[in-house]
Every structure is written in structure tokens, then in C-alpha cells.
Design a protein around this ligand. Structure first.
Ligand code: GDP
Ligand code: GDP
Length: 455
């Protein structure tokens, strides 16, 4: 009875609104100054993406939701990443590589008034290799007189160039129609996570926490290199590793082994790598240096993993370096530092000595199990009924909002939609989450709860 009035479409809309929708992703790729941000602004109909004449401007918002003909999609402006820390070409390639990797289709923007440059050609190679559908935008075709410029771009071998003026809007409708044809109806993956095959693990952590050491420790001699080619590099990106009687795919290990010796760009590359590894992985093993205090970069990586909706295991490495005193203080620090992921299984290891390596797999398994847990609707609602009876929402303005019923709308990670008779305060939501965790586990996984108010 609790499910009466339950409307799957409503739930989908709620989830999407909460940022958890299975929206297809379109990456906008191109050299600096070709007009990517202008085009993004045009498509989202807002002036939110910052536009600057100067290439290499830092922009912090890179992902937008857009709609065309009633279809929604996610738009990623790859020009939004900081590019001035590296040489422009390296940065453009890195951004494009990442953008392409994480997208369902690519909108490739070329400045038609300039024609194809070497950088454009290099991007074409990346695009071809990716096998992703590409729509070619010949931008800055502001009037009929420059339409011939667009036709020149047939030479790129990417099919029909769509002449567009991002500045004035000319041609953008046809372009978006083509984009819609290129985008899958719903992404073929759940949360960017393909199903099947060996479980995928991202080994994350700031430079020098011991990622390569740990990889060597767990991989031993049995290492099998997976021959997947990423972008311009010829490095194998993933490795199959036998651990605890199972095969695991450690994603993006090339990024770990290839030590980046850039002093300035290292941070930039590290966070690109983290994002791209998270995109591919199901579970993140986040390494933290136990011999040092938690750094801002550690927190950032944890946040990225949680926001990506991945299962999380926290591994304190370099345990061999700790003396009694440090150990004592560390326990207190951890309590404080890890409030955000209090639910994550934690292991204290040493990549150098091999200490507690055998605890890694059980921790990963626990986290994946929590990540995939599904609570049947009946069970969830009897739990919610008891909870509401025992701990009603505080009365606000003479009214008492009540949770009417709930459903788990998805897993990997678990996502809940609660239907309520009024707005639920943040404190009460946190309480509900805490009780959900106590009741059903969810160790090692973020969970999301969205609330839909029924009048
Ligand atoms: P991005 O670096 O690729 O994101 O490029 P921007 O969107 O920042 O645009 C770079 C410059 O090109 C800005 O001065 C824009 O106003 C200009 N621009 C962008 N699109 C067009 C267009 O369709 N026509 C003309 N004439 N200029 C454009
Ligand atoms: P990465 O940058 O995260 O890949 O870190 P590395 O694996 O290259 O390790 C950085 C440094 O920390 C190296 O000098 C390692 O020998 C050292 N290291 C890694 N793990 C441990 C550990 O468990 N104990 C100690 N004492 N040193 C470690």
C-alpha cells in the first residue's frame, strides 16, 4: 500500500535533480579560443561559463545540465580546467583525453575562420582512437559569406562540419539535433560504471603516499598488463592483479607508474588522474600517509570519491614509521579527520613491509557489498514507519513534516527517495541516514537521499 502513487518518472526526475540522474554526457573539446565556452553558454542559455579572450583562463565550473527538444544531457566544458600550468598543447591534450574518456559523445569545436591547425589534427587522432561518436562544430561562421570556411573542415575526416556562430546562435539548432543523434538515449553504463568483468579498483592518494609501492607489493610477480591504450600515450592503463583468490582490475596504473616530474603541473595531473580513475572504478582505495598529518589534498581526494559515488576504502600507509606516540595521536586525528567517511572500512598497512596487506581485499569486498546493497521497499517502509513513530520530525511553524514512504531507487551507490508531507530539515535527514546505516549496513559506500514533498 505504501507504494501507491509511486511514480517512477517522478523518482527519476528527483534523482536527476539531485545530480544522480543517468544523464548522457557530452564533452566539448577543442583548442583554446575556438569558442567552446561561448558555445556552452549558448547551449545552456545562460552566461555562466566564463568567457575570456585570453587562452588559459582558469574556470572552475566545468559541468552543466542542458536540455534540447525535451532531452536532458550533461555538458562538460573541457576548457574549464586550468591550462596555464602546463604548456598549452600538453594541457589541451590532457583535457581532451579526459573529456573524451568520460563522455558518451564529443562535440569537437574548430575555429572555421582559422581552419584546422596542428593541434586540431592531434585532437582528431585522439577522437578517432576513442571510437566515441563525434559531432564537428565549425565555429565562428557568423554569416553566409564564411560558410565556405566550414566546408574546408571536411578534410578532418570527421564527417559533416556544422557551420555555427556560437556568438550569434546561427546554426546551433542543427548542431544540437546532430548532437542528440550522437548521444545515447540513456548512457549504456550505470553511473559511468560498466557492469561485468573483474571488479575495478582505483588506487588513489597524493604524491608520495606510496601508491606505486603498494601496487608493487600487491601485484608481485603475477602482474598481467592489460593492453588498453589511452589517448596519446602507449602506456598500458590498467592492470589485472590476482589478490585473495580473485582477479581485480586496478585502473589507470600507468598514471601511477609514470612519475610526473613536473613541479608546477604535478597537482593538475594528479587531480586529472584521480578524476579519470574514479570514473572507471567501482571502488576507490584511498591511501593516506600515516606518518604525516592529513593534508588538504587528501581531503580533496576523499571528497572526489564520495561525490563520484564510489565505494571507498581508507588505507593508512607507512604504518611501519609510527612510534607509540604518533599512534596515540593518530587515532584521535582520524576520528576528526574522517568524519566525512566515517562509514568507510579502514586498514593500516605498510607497503614497505607488507603489513596487513591481507586485510585489503576483505575491506574492498565489504565496501563493494555496501555499494550494491538493495533494501526491498517493504522492509524499508516498515523501518521508516518505526523510525517516524519513535522519532518524529520536530514541529516547525505549527506543522510536523512526516516521511510518508520511501523507496530505494538505485544501487552502486544506494540512492533513496523519500516522500514527505513537508520539508525535512538537514539535521533530520542526517539522522535518517545514520539510522539507515545502522539498520542496513552500507559500510564503505556513500548513500544519497533525496526528499520529495507531497502536498
Ligand atoms: P574557448 O577558449 O574555446 O572556451 O573560447 P571562448 O568561448 O572563450 O571564445 C574565444 C573568443 O572567440 C571570444 O572572444 C569569443 O567572443 C569569440 N567567439 C566565440 N564564438 C564566436 C563566434 O561564433 N563568432 C565570433 N566572431 N567570435 C566568437
Ligand atoms: P606514490 O607517489 O604514491 O606512488 O609513492 P611511492 O610508492 O613512490 O612512495 C613514495 C616514497 O614512500 C618512496 O620513497 C617509498 O619507498 C616510500 N614508501 C612507500 N610506502 C611506504 C611504507 O609503507 N613505509 C615506508 N617507510 N615508506 C614507504
Amino acid at each position: 500500500a505504501a507504494e501507491e502513487g509511486f511514480d517512477a518518472e517522478d523518482v527519476d526526475r528527483d534523482l536527476a535533480a539531485a545530480g544522480h540522474g543517468p544523464l548522457p554526457v557530452l564533452a566539448v573539446v577543442g583548442r583554446p579560443n575556438v569558442g567552446k565556452s561561448t558555445l556552452v553558454n549558448r547551449i545552456i542559455g545562460r552566461r555562466e561559463a566564463v568567457v575570456e579572450d585570453r587562452p588559459g583562463v582558469t574556470r572552475d565550473r566545468v559541468s552543466y545540465e542542458a536540455t534540447w527538444n525535451g532531452r536532458r544531457f550533461k555538458l562538460v566544458d573541457t576548457g574549464g580546467w586550468e591550462v596555464d600550468v602546463l604548456g598549452i598543447d600538453a594541457a589541451v591534450a590532457a583535457q581532451a583525453e579526459f573529456g573524451i574518456e568520460t563522455a558518451d559523445a564529443v562535440l569537437f569545436v574548430v575555429d572555421a575562420t582559422v581552419g584546422p591547425t596542428d593541434t586540431d589534427e592531434a585532437l582528431v587522432k585522439l577522437l578517432r582512437r576513442s571510437g566515441k561518436p563525434v559531432v564537428l562544430c565549425a565555429n565562428k561562421v557568423d554569416g553566409p559569406s564564411t560558410e565556405a570556411d566550414a566546408a574546408m573542415l571536411w578534410s578532418l575526416g570527421l564527417g559533416e562540419p556544422f557551420p555555427v556562430s556560437a556568438l550569434h546562435g546561427r546554426g546551433s539548432g542543427d548542431l544540437l539535433d546532430a548532437v542528440m543523434e550522437a548521444l545515447p538515449e540513456a548512457p549504456p553504463q550505470t553511473f559511468g560504471v560498466a557492469l561485468g568483468g573483474p571488479r575495478r579498483v582505483a588506487l588513489l592518494g597524493r604524491p608520495n603516499v606510496g601508491k606505486s609501492s603498494l601496487l608493487n607489493q600487491v601485484a608481485g610477480e603475477e602482474r598481467v598488463v592489460v593492453n588498453e591504450i589511452a589517448g596519446t600515450t602507449r602506456d598500458p592503463v590498467d592492470e589485472l592483479i590476482e589478490l585473495g583468490g580473485q582477479t581485480w582490475k586496478f585502473v589507470d596504473t600507468a598514471g601511477i607508474r609514470r612519475r610526473v616530474h613536473l613541479t608546477e603541473g604535478a597537482d593538475f595531473y594528479a587531480s586529472l588522474r584521480t578524476a579519470s580513475a574514479l570514473e572507471k572504478a567501482e571502488v576507490a582505495v584511498i591511501l593516506i600517509d600515516a606518518s604525516e598529518t592529513l593534508a588538504e589534498q587528501d581531503t580533496r581526494i576523499i571528497t572526489m570519491a564520495v561525490e563520484a559515488g564510489r565505494a571507498v576504502v581508507i588505507a593508512y600507509n607507512k604504518w611501519d614509521l609510527l612510534d607509540e606516540e604518533r599512534r596515540y595521536y593518530l587515532e584521535r586525528e582520524i576520528e576528526k579527520d574522517l568524519v566525512q567517511v566515517r562509514w568507510a572500512p579502514r586498514v593500516n598497512v605498510s607497503a614497505r613491509t607488507g603489513r596487513h596487506m591481507e586485510k585489503l581485499v576483505p575491506a574492498i569486498e565489504t565496501a563493494l557489498e555496501g555499494w550494491e546493497t538493495r533494501v526491498p521497499t517493504g522492509k524499508l517502509n516498515s523501518f521508516l514507519g518505526e523510525l517516524v513513530a519513535a522519532h518524529p520530525h520536530p514541529i516547525r511553524g505549527g506543522k510536523q513534516p512526516r516521511i510518508l514512504f520511501g523507496t530505494q531507487a538505485g544501487t552502486r551507490p544506494p540512492r533513496f527517495v523519500l516522500f514527505a508531507s513537508g520539508f525535512l530539515e538537514a539535521g533530520y535527514r542526517r539522522f535518517v541516514e545514520r539510522r539507515l546505516r545502522e539498520e542496513f549496513g552500507f559500510a564503505g559506500t556513500p548513500i544519497s537521499i533525496s526528499v520529495r514533498v507531497r502536498e
